[in-house]
Design a binder for this molecule. Structure first.
Ligand code: UDP
Length: 414
C-alpha cells in the first residue's frame, strides 16, 4: 500500500497531540497562543537533534498532512464534521478522537516510541492511546483549570476539566512543567507526585526576536518617535489582566503627557472583548491614548517589541508567558506580575521589574520605575537581551529529550 504517509524512521518517533488547537492557528486569538509556539518550536528542535515528530490536531479537521519542517509533520485528523467543534465541546468527543487517531495510525502503518500530549483534552486521548500503543505518555498541561479559577475573576473552568487533570497527572509517566510556580500548583493543589514533575522553562527564538533601532521600528509602525510607548501582547482572556493595565494607564496619564499604550492581540474589531476594552478605556478617559492593533502575525511582532519602551504583562496567571522572553530577546524591558516564568526571568534593574500584586497601583508604580530606569539608561537593549541568553528552544528540546529517555528507560524495566 502506498498511502503517501511514510513511517517515521529516525531515532525516536514522537506523537505530539495538540488536538484542540493547531500549531498553525491564528496566534493571539481566544484559544491560540503560547502552546502553539511551544509545540512548533519543540518539534522543530527535536527534529534538529535527530528525531521525528508527528503533531496531531482534531480542530481543524481537513485531513491534510503538512510538512512543517524536515521530519516534522502536522496531521489534521479528518472527522468530517462541519462546522468545527468548539474547545468547550471537545470533551464530548474523546472516544471519537481516540478512534480517529488510532485508525489513522493503523491505516498508515505508523508507530511511535512515545506520546507527548499538550493541554488536558489531548492528555485524555494520550492516556488511552499510549496504553494501546504500549508506550510512555508525557503531558504538558500549559494551563491548569483549578489555578485559573482560583486566581482570576471571570474564569470558570468546569469541574470536569479539573477532575480529569487530577487523574491525568496520576496516570502520566512524566509531566513537563514550564515554571517553578506551576510546579508548586501541581504539588499543592493537585497532589502531584514530585518525581513525575520536570520543570523545564520555555525558550525564545533568538534569531527572530532581536534588537532593532527603535526609531526605525516606530517609523514603520507610524508611532510618534517622542512618545512613551507601553506595549501589551496577548490573547484577550481574563487571566491576561488588561483591565488592570488600563487602570494603571489612567494613573500614569496624569503624570506623563505623551504616554501611549499599544495593545496587540484579540479577536478583531467586532469581538465583544475588544468592545469591552474600548469602553473601559473610554470610561477612564484614556481612549485617545490607546491603539488596539488586533492580532499581529508572529513574524511581525519584533517590530512592535522594538518600537516600545517597555512591555507590560499584567497577568493574574501564566504557566510561563512567552511574550516576556520575546520582548527581552528584542532588548525591551518588561514589567510583569510575579507569575509563571517571569518570576525567574525578570531580574530587577537588569531587564525589568516584577510586581507582586496584580493591581493597578502596584503596576503603575512598576512601570514608573522602569521608565525612570530607561531615562537613566539603565536598560541597554544588549544588556536586556543578554539576560535571557540561556533561554533557547534548543535547550528546552534537549531537556525534554532527557525526560523522554528517562520514561523509555523506566518502561524497559517493567
Ligand atoms: N502572539 C502573536 N500575535 C498576537 C498575539 C500573540 O503572535 O497578536 C503570540 C506571542 O508572540 C506569543 C504567544 O502568542 O508567542 C502568546 O504566548 P504566551 O505564552 O505569552 O501566552 P498564552 O497565549 O500561552 O497564554
Amino acid at each position: 500500500m502506498d498511502s503517501g504517509i511514510r513511517p517515521l524512521n529516525k531515532s525516536l518517533r514522537i506523537a505530539m497531540l495538540s488536538l484542540h488547537s493547531s500549531p498553525l492557528g491564528p496566534l493571539g486569538t481566544r484559544d491560540t497562543g503560547g502552546m502553539s509556539v511551544y509545540v512548533r518550536e519543540v518539534a522543530r528542535e527535536m527534529a534538529c537533534i535527530g528525531h521525528s515528530v508527528d503533531i496531531y490536531t482534531y480542530v481543524p479537521c481537513s485531513g491534510d498532512v503538512t510538512i512543517l519542517y524536515p521530519d516534522v509533520r502536522l496531521i489534521e485528523l479528518d472527522h468530517g464534521r462541519k462546522p468545527e467543534i468548539s474547545k468547550e465541546a471537545l470533551k464530548d468527543y474523546l472516544p471519537e478522537m481516540i478512534r480517529a487517531l488510532d485508525r489513522f495510525v493503523l491505516h498508515h502503518q505508523l508507530s511511535y516510541d512515545l506520546v507527548h500530549s499538550h493541554y488536558w483534552i489531548s492528555a485524555c486521548v494520550g492516556t488511552s492511546i499510549s496504553k494501546k500503543w504500549e508506550c510512555p505518555h508525557l503531558i504538558t498541561f500549559h494551563t491548569l483549570g483549578l489555578v485559573k479559577n482560583r486566581t482570576t475573576k471571570g474564569e470558570a473552568e468546569p469541574e470536569v476539566r479539573i477532575s480529569h487533570e487530577r487523574q491525568l497527572m496520576a496516570g502520566a509517566d512524566a509531566v513537563v512543567v514550564p515554571s517553578n510556580g506551576e510546579s508548586r500548583h501541581l504539588l499543592d493543589l493537585y497532589g502531584a507526585a514530585s518525581e513525575k514533575l520536570h520543570t523545564i522553562p520555555c525558550g525564545v527564538n533568538k534569531v527572530q526576536f532581536r534588537p532593532a533601532d527603535q526609531r526605525q521600528s516606530r517609523c514603520a509602525l507610524n508611532i510618534d518617535p517622542a512618545a512613551t510607548v507601553l506595549l501589551f501582547v496577548g490573547r484577550f482572556a481574563p487571566v491576561k489582566g488588561v483591565p488592570t493595565l488600563l487602570q494603571a494607564m489612567a494613573r500614569l496619564a496624569r503624570r506623563h503627557a505623551s504616554i501611549h499604550l499599544v495593545v496587540v492581540g484579540g479577536d478583531g474589531e467586532q469581538a465583544a472583548t475588544t468592545a469591552q476594552i474600548r469602553s473601559q478605556a473610554d470610561a477612564l478617559g484614556i481612549l485617545g491614548l490607546l491603539q488596539i492593533t488586533g492580532r499581529i502575525d508572529h513574524e511581525q511582532l519584533p517590530l512592535y517589541y522594538t518600537a516600545a519602551d517597555l512591555l507590560v504583562v499584567p497577568s493574574t496567571y501564566e504557566s510561563f508567558g512567552l511574550v516576556t522572553l520575546e520582548s527581552l530577546a528584542c532588548g525591551t524591558p518588561v514589567v510583569a506580575t510575579r507569575v509563571g516564568g517571569a518570576a525567574a526571568v525578570i531580574r530587577e534593574g537588569v531587564n525589568g521589574i516584577l510586581v507582586d500584586r496584580p493591581d493597578s497601583t502596584a503596576l503603575a508604580d512598576g512601570i514608573e520605575r522602569v521608565l525612570d530606569g530607561i531615562r537613566r539608561r539603565q536598560f541597554s537593549p544588549q544588556r536586556v537581551r543578554n539576560s535571557i541568553s540561556a533561554y533557547g528552544w534548543d535547550r528546552v528540546a534537549s531537556a525534554i529529550l532527557s525526560v523522554y529517555n528517562g520514561a523509555l528507560q523506566r518502561q524497559k524495566y517493567y
